[in-house]
Write a protein that binds this ligand. Structure first.
Ligand code: SAM
Length: 233
């Protein structure tokens, strides 16, 4: 009898393996976590205000909670969440009925079924499951998925990890785990054609894993249709 071999650590298939296995556990831990993160809630609200009501936003690596998509939708955006893990998508649909969640790879976005390019992309900790070397390609994929003048908000954990670890959240399985510096995020963004507008960090909240949080806000060149429509004649 032959056994299917384990996927290459950090590959797309490995993201599916590891997140299908821990999605339910993650949901139990983090379903309501944004309520305890005023800094992040304010940032998502500011991002939504900047895009304006009705703008199309993509929540990449939306996970099983669908909470970032829900916050953005509550601020008036038309949001789609995508994730590589079918279990994450099934749980997000169950948790947030009425919002749109689809299977998809943030590094190989199939835009037609998603309705074309977006006004904004948010990545809330979606970069950690794949090797650091894939960072430039991920930002390039995001750049291609945005309209001219489109906005990007990335939230990530700071550090230099890049390899297989036992899940720090206690699911018991081995997972790929990469961390980043602010300079790595900024240079990948700039190489993909973004203008970096803000790079910030904050210390972890008491309830969080003890690593510094990074925030990158960037935009693509050009004037968005929404900006043009808001200009007074
Ligand atoms: C730490 S979780 C964050 C989930 C969610 N953004 C949140 O704030 O709770 C990382 C998520 O990114 C997803 N992910 C990782 N790499 C991905 C990729 N290449 N394309 C789509 N989703 C990806 C994982 O499946 C997982 O659901």
């Amino acid at each position: 009898m032959t056994r299917a071999s384990a996927p290459e650590p950090g590959s797309a298939a490995d993201v599916v393996r590891s997140w299908d296995a821990r999605a339910d556990h993650y949901l139990e831990l983090f379903r309501d976590e944004l309520e305890g993160k005023p800094h992040d809630l304010a940032l998502f609200a500011g991002f939504a205000r900047r895009l304006g009501p009705g703008a199309r936003a993509l929540d990449v690596g939306c996970g099983p909670c669908g909470h970032v998509a829900a916050v953005l939708a509550a601020h008036g955006l038309e949001v789609t969440g995508i994730d590589l893990s079918p279990r994450c998508i099934a749980l997000a649909r169950r948790e947030r009925p009425g919002l749109r969640f689809e299977l998809g790879d943030q590094r190989a976005l199939d835009l037609d079924p998603l309705g074309g390019r977006f006004d904004g992309i948010v990545s809330n900790y979606s970069l950690h499951d794949q090797p650091k070397s894939l960072l430039p390609g991920t930002f390039a994929a995001w750049a291609s998925a945005l309209k001219p003048g489109g906005h990007l908000l990335v939230v990530a954990k700071a550090g230099d990890a890049d390899g297989v670890v036992t899940d720090p959240l206690g699911s018991g399985i081995d997972v790929y785990w990469a961390e980043f510096t602010a300079a790595e995020l900024a240079s990948a963004a700039e190489a993909a054609g973004f203008t970096v507008e803000r790079l910030a960090d904050r210390a972890p909240y008491e309830q969080e894993i003890a690593s510094q949080r990074l925030y990158l806000e960037a935009s693509m060149p050009g004037e968005s249709g929404l900006d043009a429509a808001r200009r007074t004649p």
